[in-house]
Design a protein around this ligand. Structure first.
Ligand SMILES: [Zn+2]
Length: 261
């Protein structure tokens, strides 16, 4: 139905994989209302970490050293438990083979008193003491690399005021030979909302961003949607961009609004 709204305005629409990763991630995390789990500064730090996005496994202690929850440590532990329960993080062990030296992550299912090395295939005995290592689910990795943090936090922000009945992320729309992306389009009970979402952007090069926002805004106008620019950037949003958005009736959703403070 959201796609039809665009098609009725003569846009050709294609759903790209990035958006499908995000659609898949939401039920994995427990549904729209549990996206609240991403709203902490330290969770954003965790999911923005390059090695986590590459799927490296870490112990709980190491995860805390990356995320730095400080005095929210009890809550952080609860969140990791919840994410592991939902298999957004997968519990296992990191083992180093005594023969070939390779350091690899093994899921709980692959663990026995003697483990066959995933490298040289020679069995070795488990160490007597070892911490669990938590590896992100592949969907979580791919979605966060595709900008899911800003998109899903925007979705969560929007549903605070009224339930979202339908939403789509990652649409590629074209008209008259011009192609652009819609990061997020949501149907709320009280109206239609569309956003350009960026984890980060270069504050020294606003021209390209403003041109992109202008195109987005014209699509939003065509389908009767409110339009917002959401960003998790830690840099201060330049006054020029504020002015531009105000003039063009684009709402800015900054980090301070998307996260819990
Ligand atoms: Zn080996």
């Amino acid at each position: 139905m959201l796609i039809e709204l665009l098609e009725n305005q003569s846009y050709a629409v294609r759903e790209v994989s990035q958006g499908r990763y995000m659609k898949g991630l939401v039920p994995l995390l427990g549904g729209q209302y549990t996206l609240d789990i991403l709203r902490d500064e330290y969770m954003v730090r965790l999911f923005s970490h390059a090695q986590i996005r590459k799927g490296r496994a870490y112990t709980l202690q190491q995860l805390a050293q990356i995320a730095l929850p400080d005095d929210a440590m009890p809550r952080f532990i609860e969140q990791i438990a919840q994410l592991t329960q939902r298999e957004a993080f997968i519990r296992g062990y990191r083992l180093q083979c005594p023969t070939c030296d390779i350091d690899t992550w093994y899921s709980l299912d692959d663990i026995a008193e003697n483990v066959v090395c995933l490298g040289c295939r020679i069995p070795f005995q488990l160490p007597l003491e070892l911490d669990f290592a938590f590896r992100p689910n592949r969907l979580l990795m791919e979605a966060s690399k595709s900008g899911a943090l800003t998109v899903l936090l925007t979705l969560y922000h929007w549903l605070q005021d009224s339930p979202i009945t339908l939403w789509l992320a990652g649409l590629e729309v074209s008209k008259n030979g011009q192609t652009t992306d819609i990061d997020l389009l949501a149907q709320r009970e009280d109206g239609l909302f569309m956003a350009e979402c960026k984890d980060n952007f270069n504050v020294d090069d606003l021209e390209a961003l403003q041109a992109q926002l202008q195109v987005g805004k014209s699509i939003a106008d065509a389908i009767g949607a409110s339009y917002a620019f959401a960003t998790l950037t830690e840099e201060e949003i330049p006054a020029t961009l504020h002015d531009f958005c105000e003039t063009n009736n684009i709402e800015i959703l900054p980090r301070a609004l998307l996260l819990r403070y």
